[in-house]
Write a protein that binds this ligand. Sequence first.
Ligand SMILES: C[S@@+](CC[C@H](N)C(=O)[O-])C[C@H]1O[C@@H](n2cnc3c(N)ncnc32)[C@H](O)[C@@H]1O
Length: 277
Amino acid sequence: MTVEEALQSGAAALPTREGIPDPRREAAWLLARAWGVDEITLRLHPEREVPAEIEARYRSWLERRAAGEPAHHLTGFCPFWGREFLVTPEVLVPRPETELLVQTALELPLSATARVLDVGTGSGCVAVCMAAERPRWRVCAVDRSPAALRVAGRNIERHGVEIELFLGDLASAAAPPWDLVVANLPYIPSSNLERLPKEVRHDPSAALDGGADGLDLVRALLADLPRLLRVCGGAVLEIGENQADAVATVAAGAGLAVARRVRDIGGCERVVVLQPT
Ligand SMILES: C[S@@+](CC[C@H](N)C(=O)[O-])C[C@H]1O[C@@H](n2cnc3c(N)ncnc32)[C@H](O)[C@@H]1O
């Protein structure tokens, strides 16, 4: 079977639905990963024969993908901020919108040796990117899932950065003060979890479930931020659609102000920057 034939039959085997907007592109991504090449190589050589063992892996991935397993769980890797991160079913697959959290954090005018804490680090993607982009920052990361911390540890090693990991509830395990706290905590209202696309339901619910209005963990972290942050420190949080106003109200009650709201490419206020008032 040639590359072109494999892509055509692969695209036909995948349903077009939320989570698979472009079956041909998805098929190309899976074939490239199964083969260990990039997608441009496939595009340049549509006539090339696909080796039998690669085709077998590709077919099995297509079947599992059609049944709703996320592509990144099949391959075990996910791209984020131009890097590849190891992912397992124990961690949230890094999302493109979280790159906005990293970008916003990196734009803050912090000292070259800032102390930075990533709360709810999961795969470690946010902490690793910050440590890689700002090698003199002293980055720590915390999660309450030991399995997630193991994955974060492997990603830290893979990317050759220095990050201290803590197991614990929110920021309780790591000693303040911090110049910057970043967090992408679970923010989906519990009642919405059932309605999520199949792919998202493969993520651990502890990484998604934010309680009745989605803000349980955000509220708890905000209440603690005045204790955690240096006087001129700040926090950058990823939030869900339409949560920015509610977060601003919670922040005001905790003695914090929203210094910036950042919209994602879909126009949603996705990231907020908070500062002590
Ligand atoms: C939405 S995921 C984000 C993972 C990663 N930071 C990212 O952006 O891809 C939320 C993470 O917060 C962790 N988490 C949930 N509740 C927590 C808590 N009370 N204390 C610490 N971590 C928590 C989950 O285990 C999960 O890894």
